[in-house]
Design a protein around this ligand. Sequence first.
Ligand code: CO
Length: 134
Amino acid sequence: MIGRLNHVAIAVPDLAGATAVYRTALGAEVTEPQPHPEHGVTVVFVTLPNTKIEFLEPLGEGSPIRAFLDRNPGGGVHHLCYEVEDIRAARDRLLAQGARILGSPEPKTGAHGKPVLFLHPKDFLGTLVELEQA
Ligand code: CO
């Protein structure tokens, strides 16, 4: 069912510092920061030949990554995003197997303008999983 790894998201306390580490130490291409107030994060993308890394920095009150950074003050891997062809079909299959969707089971528009859902980390080896319709 799942296809390509779309991105690995890393929550960071300091986007400028994270960008500098990847640019300088790893020689990576990093985009300019993009604020997404509707998602409570500012995002940069690290472009790799086969996938992307996203750095997420909290934006505003009630950011969904604030609690994660409180537990991991230096930052850490926050979620993996896999592509699916049909997100509603994927959701129905997962729900039928007892997997839990975080929040509403109706897909939301994610940071790339495509429908996304998040799956409970306790059902997926302790890792938050995002599904994005390719
Ligand atoms: Co994501």
